[in-house]
Design a protein around this ligand. Sequence first.
Ligand code: NI
Length: 167
Amino acid sequence: MAILPILHFPDPRLRDKARAVTTIDDEHRRLVDDMLETMYAAPGVGLAATQVGIAKQLIVFDISETRDTPQCLFNPQVLSTDGISEREEGCLSVPGVYEAVTRAESVRVRGRDREGKTVEFEAKGFLSHCIQHEIDHLDGKLFVDYLSGLKRSRIRKQALKRRREKS
Ligand code: NI
């Protein structure tokens, strides 16, 4: 397994639209393992392949407190939504920023697991927000897009300043 470098906002690759994964083979299972290791090391509760510069429809997540329930979904799709709720979100691609985002309170999701089997389930609350956040990444969308333009440009300026300081 390997820890992959995570892209940071405003890297343009975070705007790429991910392609569906047609063959779930050992190479893709290795990517799942690497993404999970990267997510746990960060540490974070979710990671999309887009965030490690791979434009493929794959997300991993683990919202358990014990950090022992790794999950992955290839080609995840929201089938239906119900209700709305506001929750504070953060993102490994936008370090240090936490803001309230309004999303569906529950979603019905379909995708394929690491063996390629189709799975469908209902996610509520924090898990619902987490999965919607990760699926957004596959569409090139970031949680800061839900904030006001003023807030987003402030976050962009801070990110660029941090990048200048690092290099
Ligand atoms: Ni994120």
